[in-house]
Every structure is written in structure tokens, then in C-alpha cells.
Ligand binder design. Structure first.
Ligand code: M6R
Length: 608
């Protein structure tokens, strides 16, 4: 995820900014850059890749001055390259902007600015901000920033510098964190306190709609009507390690808790609730091409394959298009039936998984159109697919995939709305799904708020040697995902099964030592799952049940209940998976294991 740091004071800014960027490295990034304003006007240095690359550039071409802004970019709009790295500048390189977030109406603004004669040099949404500020500039940087921000829709944390109003940094926030660090005759701006903790522990947190104006003589906070806002100063007591993980003990836990935000990011600007439709700009398929499709093949590995199974149900049930899901490693060596009316959906968090990439290439070779659902912008799959939907879930650092899964399911739901409404889904049905999607972030938060209940269940079962996960319909893939999460970080043997399949074999495993997790929200197959619960209980199994409302029919049948809020059937996986992520996490922690880097596993499997 992108990071911002800025400095204004009397010291040389370059080393301070580079050091601040290094403190932000843990967030993940693919390019970095710095802008400084000094007697020579405004200068920038940028580099693709690690901060050491930027340091190399700066060794050859140093930047001097004591006012600067810097950025680590995790690509969202445009490839990760030097040109798209921040700072982004205006036509005359007098204004530099670093930006976290997404400007949703950047397409329209870019068009307008081009018509006014502005020249664009990057593919980023951020560059429109630099040009808007340039167009509005009339001597005072903060006034121009206010004018520009009043035109943009979307989210931002920004820091801006201008050689025409030197010695000043203007920063502003809407939906993307930003704080001002207070030093002695010097001030900082940062998106994350880790970047400036070496220098100060006194900070002012900006709220949405607020702007900071920093000079070496002081700072003030304004609203977007240029009225002064009085703010309290907070003291940071956390250690650096605590901050990098956002106060969580592990990245995995942090990522689980980020899900209300990450799924919102996946949906942002894409869901059209009134029309029960979705806007997906990157598909590169016309309406006619989408309508002419005869089959979909979804291919992926691991957790991404599980989300694919949910996607298959979405597509067949709501868009009425024949869909198959294939392990990428199998697909690439079969002789699958693929035509030019086939859409191959490739799902990958990293965009680098070797089997998935090979499967995509094979599908392309056979004439299919390919569509990547990828989190990492500019990754190989994202570069080679014909079209794509970025997940915008931010970097996933824990090896066990959590937030990428929920964002993948959201992206599949968005695609289904689009395909379904182009085919035979009614606007009423589309609206029902879209409104239920909007409610999900808050619903996930309510599950996260009850993490201690799940931790208590983990304590009870931390020494188990086997687990069974059972679900039906949309929640069968969740059973697989729950079992995978537990296996990979706790090293407990776990199996996921369709609940009714249990009696065809796995039922032999059940005894009083065997915890069985049922994923049984109140959906169309709930009554069927209850029969399966009875079968387990009759054999003495310990039942943990994820459900959506208490049902007296479950009384006496279940030992532990974890309740999730109610939603439409197809969206339950996004809720029911969350307790399973937490259960696996807490069990692994209680077994004293390395949750973020489990043995034998790599975050991205780039070998066959
Ligand atoms: O980056 P990808 O989504 O392509 O990765 C696929 C699998 O390797 C990945 O989901 C793996 O199964 C995770 N460790 C699961 O938590």
C-alpha cells in the first residue's frame, strides 16, 4: 500500500525522507520517489523497485533543500514504473503531488484538463491533482489545493509542494490516513506514524475533510472552506514493530481486521446499486462479446481456487452461463475444450503464481479471452491478460491469504452482476444483491468485534489433531477454505467436505475427539445441513457451528455457535469465512507457531 512522508524544517530533507520511506517498506510498494523545492525550483527523483534504487539515483543526482515530500507507490492505475511513480507534477514542474487513495472521476477530469491544454505524462489518477492545482494556483498553494479537491471524487491522503509558494507543504485527507508530526522548528507529514517515529512522538491526526499547512515556523489545520480547525496533539507510545503491524501481533491478524475496508475498496466506484449493475472499466470486452460468451473457465490455485468455486455458482445461478473451475496445475496439462466464445477467468492474489500463469497462457493459445482477477498491479498475469479487475485489497503480507479471498469473491460478485444484468437477471434481483453488498463492510466489522468468542473456542481445540469442515451450496468452498487456513498455519490435519458427502466416507473419522465445523447460515440448504449436524452429533463429534440466526432445531446438537449477520445466500461466504480465518489464526498462535511465515510455504509460488 502506498506511503507518504514529508519534511519541512532546517535540516537537509533528503536523508530524512529516504529514512522515512524505508520505515514504510513493510507496507509493500513497487516504486518510490521524492520531490524537493529549493533555490533551483522543484526537482524530483523517482525509481521503479526498491528504495535502494531510489538511493542510487539520488547518489548520482542528489537533491538539496530542507522541504520535500516522498512516496512509496503500490500501483493501482498504470504499471509500476518510473513514470507512474509519485510525485506527479504539473505541466511546468512547479507543483508536485504524492497521493494515497483513488481519484474515481479522474477519467473525466483528465479529459477536461486535456481540453484546457494540459499535457499528461503518466497513466496515474494522481496526475490530475497536480494539473488541477496548477490550473487553480493564484499565489497561495493551500487555496489552489482546496479548489482542486472540491472537484475530485474518491479517496485521498495527499502532500503537495510548489516552487511558486516555497517553504510550505500542504496536505489533506479524505478516506486515507494522514498525520502531522510536530518537531522543534520542523514538521512532518506522514501516512503512517512509522515513517517519522524516529524524530517525534507528538502528532496531530487529520480527519476527513481537513488540510494541514506546514512551514518550518508552524502548522495549521483548515477545513476545505479554509476555516481553521483546532486539533489536539496525540502522543505515540507504540514501538516501531507494533506500528508496522498496526498494533496487531501479526500481519495475518491485521489483514483479517482490514477486511471491512478492503472489500469496500474492491467495490468502490464499481457498484451501481440503483441499476443493480456494476461498472468494470478494465474488462476490454464489449457488451456484445459478453453476451455472446458460451462458457466460462475459472482457473486458479489454493485460496484463489476456492473463490473460483464460489464464482462458478454465481455465474451459473445468476448469469446462467456454463462455468467450470479448474486447478491451474491440472488445466495446463489437459486437453480442455476452449473456443473463441470461452472466457477464462484467472484468479490470483499475487499475479505471479506459475501454474496459474501457465494455465492462462494455455487458455489464450486455445483462443479464449482471458480476464485476470489480480491484487498486485503490474504483475505478470495482470500484464498478460486481455482484461482484468484489480482487487485493490492492498498488499497481503501474511502467507495465509485472507483479505484477498474476500476481495476475490466481491470481484466475482461484481462481474456476475454485470454478466447477469446483460443476460437475464432482473433489476430487482440485481438491486437486492448490490444493496446487500454495500452492507457487508459493517457486517464483517460486527464479526470482528466478537473475536474474543472465537479465541475462546480456539483455546478449547488448540490441541486437536484433526478437524473436519462441512458446508453446502455457497458455503462448501468456505469449508475448503477454512480447512486450508487451519492446515497451513497450525499444521493440524483438516479436511473440507460438502456436508452431505461426509456419510460417504469421512464419517468414519468421527469420534468424541473430532471437532467438526459446520458452516450453516440460514440459507436455502440450511435444513439439509441440520440433518448432517445430527449425523455428526449422533457419533459424539464436537460441533462448532457458524450460523446466521439461532434456531431451536440446533439446540442440543451444537457445542459452540458463532453467529454472523444475515445477508442474501450468495454473499454468506464473505461473512462465514471470517470466523474461520480467526479460528485458524488463534489456534496457530496458541500452538506457538509462526503465523505469518508458516513452514514450507511461500507467499507466491513462482515454480511449477
Ligand atoms: O497468489 P495466488 O492467489 O495465485 O496464490 C495461490 C495460492 O498459492 C495461495 O492462495 C495459497 O493457497 C495461500 N497460501 C492460501 O492461504
Amino acid at each position: 500500500m502506498c506511503g507518504i512522508v514529508g519534511y519541512v524544517g532546517s535540516r537537509s530533507a533528503s536523508p530524512l525522507l529516504l529514512e522515512g520511506l524505508k520505515r514504510l517498506e513493510y507496507r509493500g510498494y513497487d516504486s518510490a520517489g521524492i520531490a524537493m523545492s529549493n533555490g533551483n525550483g522543484l526537482e524530483t527523483r523517482k525509481a521503479k523497485g526498491k528504495i535502494t534504487m531510489l538511493e542510487n539515483v539520488m547518489t548520482g543526482h542528489p537533491l538539496h533543500g530542507s522541504v520535500g515530500i516522498a512516496h512509496t507507490r503500490w500501483a493501482t492505475h498504470g504499471q509500476p514504473n518510473e513514470c507512474n511513480a509519485h510525485p506527479q507534477v504539473d505541466c511546468t514542474t512547479t507543483i508536485a503531488v504524492v497521493h494515497n487513495g483513488i481519484i474515481e472521476n479522474y477519467g473525466a477530469l483528465r479529459k477536461m484538463l486535456k481540453m484546457q491544454g494540459h499535457t499528461f505524462t503518466s497513466e496515474t489518477d494522481t496526475e490530475v491533482l497536480a494539473h488541477l492545482i496548477e490550473a487553480a494556483f493564484d499565489g497561495k498553494l493551500e487555496d489552489a489545493v482546496i479548489d482542486a479537491l472540491n472537484l475530485v471524487e474518491g479517496t485521498y491522503g495527499i502532500a503537495v509542494l510548489s516552487s511558486k509558494d516555497p517553504g510550505k507543504i500542504v496536505c489533506a485527507r479524505k478516506g486515507s490516513p494522514l498525520l502531522i508530526g510536530l518537531g522543534d522548528g520542523e514538521f512532518y507529514v506522514a501516512s503512517d506514524v512509522a515513517a517519522i517515529l524516529q524524530h517525534t512522538r507528538q502528532v496531530v491526526y487529520l480527519d476527513d475533510g481537513e488540510m494541514g499547512v506546514l512551514t518550518k515556523d508552524g502548522y495549521e489545520v483548515l477545513d476545505l472552506n479554509a476555516r481553521r480547525v483546532s486539533k489536539g496533539v496525540s502522543r505515540i507510545d507504540w514501538s516501531l514493530d507494533e506500528i508496522e503491524k498496526g498494533g496487531f501481533d501479526h500481519f495475518m491478524l491485521k489483514e483479517i481486521f482490514e477486511q471491512p475496508q478492503t472489500i469496500e475498496n474492491t467495490m468502490r466506484g464499481r457498484l451501481v446499486v440503483e441499476e443493480g449493475f456494476s461498472k468494470l472499466g478494465g474488462l476490454n470486452l464489449t457488451k456484445e462479446e459478453l453476451q455472446a460468451l458460451e462458457q466460462i473457465i475459472i482457473t486458479a490455485c489454493g485460496t484463489s481456487w476456492h473463490s473460483g468455486l464460489i464464482g462458478e455458482m454465481y455465474m451459473e445461478e445468476l448469469a446462467r452461463i456454463r462455468t467450470e473451475v479448474e486447478y491451474a496445475s491440472e488445466f495446463r496439462y489437459r486437453n480442455p475444450i476452449v473456443t473463441d466464445k470461452t472466457l477464462c477467468i484467472v484468479i490470483s492474489q499475487s499475479g505471479e503464481t506459475a501454474d496459474t500463469l501457465a494455465a492462462m497462457r494455455e487458455a489464450k493459445r486455445r483462443g479464449a479471452k482471458t480476464l485476470g482477477l489480480v491484487n498486485v498491479v503490474g504483475s505478470t498475469i495482470a500484464r498478460e491478460d486481455d482484461g482484468g479487475i484489480y482487487l485493490h485489497a492492498g498488499p497481503e503480507i501474511g502467507v495465509a491469504s485472507t483479505k484477498a479471498f474476500t476481495s476475490q469473491v466481491i470481484a466475482l460478485a461484481l462481474l456476475t452482476l454485470k454478466m447477469g444484468r446483460l443476460r437475464n437477471m432482473s433489476v430487482v434481483q440485481g438491486r437486492e444483491v448490490a444493496s446487500a453488498m454495500l452492507a457487508l463492510p459493517e457486517q464483517i466489522q460486527s464479526i470482528l468485534d466478537r473475536a474474543p468468542e472465537i479465541e475462546a473456542i480456539a483455546e478449547r481445540f488448540k490441541d486437536a489433531t484433526n478437524f473436519l469442515y462441512l458446508g453446502r451450496g455457497y458455503n462448501f468452498p468456505v469449508a475448503l477454505e477454512g480447512a486450508l487456513k487451519l492446515k497451513e498455519i497450525s499444521y493440524i490435519h483438516a479436511e473440507g467436505y460438502p456436508a452431505a458427502e461426509m456419510k460417504h466416507g469421512p464419517i468414519a473419522l468421527i469420534d468424541s475427539e473430532m471437532p467438526v465445523v459446520f458452516i450453516a447460515p440460514h440459507d436455502a440448504v440450511f435444513d439439509k445441513v441440520v440433518s448432517n449436524v445430527q449425523e455428526v452429533k449422533a457419533r459424539g463429534g464436537k460441533v462448532i457451528c457458524i450460523t446466521s440466526q439461532h434456531e431451536s432445531v440446533l439446540d442440543g446438537l451444537i457445542d459452540f455457535e458463532i453467529r454472523v449477520p444475515q445477508t442474501v445466500d450468495m454473499l454468506y461466504p464473505i461473512l462465514t469465512v471470517v470466523p474461520l480465518q480467526l479460528l485458524a489464526y488463534y489456534i496457530a498462535v496458541k500452538r506457538g507457531l509462526n503465523v505469518d511465515q508458516p513452514r514450507n510455504l511461500a507467499k507466491s509460488v513462482t515454480v511449477e
